[in-house]
Design a binder for this molecule. Structure first.
Ligand code: BG6
Ligand code: MG
Length: 217
C-alpha cells in the first residue's frame, strides 16, 4: 500500500459553486439559438469541456452542427457571458469546508492541487483567492484530452512531483471519477454523479485527513 502524499481536487462543483454561472451562460446562448436547455442538461455537462458541451446541446436538440466558424463564435459568446458572471465571484463562493480541508492536508505534509477541465480556472482561482491554498494547478489550457481521459489528473500529480499511486482525486462528475480511475488513482466522489468512487460524500465538509489516509492505508 502507498502512503498518501497528495490530493487532487476538481474545481467546479467541488471547491467552488460555478454551476449556476455555466447554466446562465449556456441558457443565454441556447435561448438566442432557439434551442432547448434546462437544469437537467446542464447537470450532464459537469466536467465536460466547452466544445463537447456545445456539441451535446446540439445533439440534445437534434440539430446539425453549424460551420466551424459559427461553432467557435458560439463558444466564445458563451464564454464571454461566463467570464462576466465569474467576475462577480469572491471567496464567498468557495464551498464550505474547502479552506479548512486544504489547510489541514497541507499541515500534515500532504500536497494539494487542482485538476480542472475549465480554461477559466486561473480567473476563478484568482477571484476567490483559492490559489494560495494549493501547490499546483492543471487545467483545460494545458491538456488536449477531456475527462474521462486521465491527462489532467496525471499532469496535476506530475506538477506536485508525485506518482499517481500516492495521490487521491476528488470529483463531482461521472466523467471525472472515471478520469481519476483511468489515472490509476483512488477516487472520492461528491454527490450523485460520484457514486463509482471508493468513497462517496455529499460535500468536502465531510472529508478529513484521516478519511483520505484510510483510503490508501
Ligand atoms: C468544468 C465544468 O470544470 O469545466 C464544465 O464542470 C465546463 O461545466 C468545463 O464546461 C469547461 O469550462 P470552461 O470554463 O473552459 O468553458
Ligand atoms: Mg466538477
Amino acid at each position: 500500500m502507498s502512503e498518501l502524499k497528495g490530493v487532487i481536487f476538481d474545481l467546479d462543483g467541488v471547491l467552488v459553486v460555478t454551476d449556476k454561472f455555466h447554466y446562465q451562460a449556456w441558457k443565454m446562448l441556447a435561448d438566442e439559438l432557439k434551442m432547448d436547455f434546462d437544469e437537467e442538461i446542464n447537470h450532464q455537462l459537469r466536467g465536460v469541456s466547452r466544445e463537447e458541451s456545445l456539441k451535446r446541446i446540439y445533439r440534445h436538440n437534434k440539430r446539425e452542427l453549424p460551420s466551424q466558424e459559427e461553432f467557435t463564435a458560439q463558444m466564445t459568446k458563451k464564454n464571454e457571458k461566463y467570464k462576466e458572471l465569474i467576475g462577480t465571484m469572491t471567496s464567498d463562493d468557495i464551498l464550505p469546508g474547502s479552506i479548512e480541508l486544504l489547510t489541514s492536508l497541507r499541515k500534515e505534509g500532504i500536497k494539494c492541487s487542482i485538476a480542472s477541465a475549465s480554461k477559466n480556472t486561473p480567473h476563478v482561482l484568482k477571484n476567490t483567492d483559492l490559489d494560495q491554498y494549493v501547490d499546483a494547478v492543471a487545467d483545460g489550457n494545458e491538456v488536449t484530452h477531456s475527462k474521462p481521459h486521465p491527462e489532467v489528473f496525471l499532469l496535476a500529480a506530475k506538477k506536485m512531483g508525485l506518482p499517481p499511486e500516492e495521490c487521491i482525486g476528488v470529483e463531482d462528475a461521472e466523467s471525472g471519477v472515471e478520469a481519476i480511475h483511468n489515472a490509476k488513482m483512488v477516487a472520492v466522489g461528491i454527490g450523485e454523479q460520484g457514486k463509482a468512487a471508493e468513497l462517496v460524500v455529499q460535500s468536502v465538509k465531510e472529508l478529513s485527513v484521516e478519511r483520505f489516509r484510510s483510503l490508501l492505508g
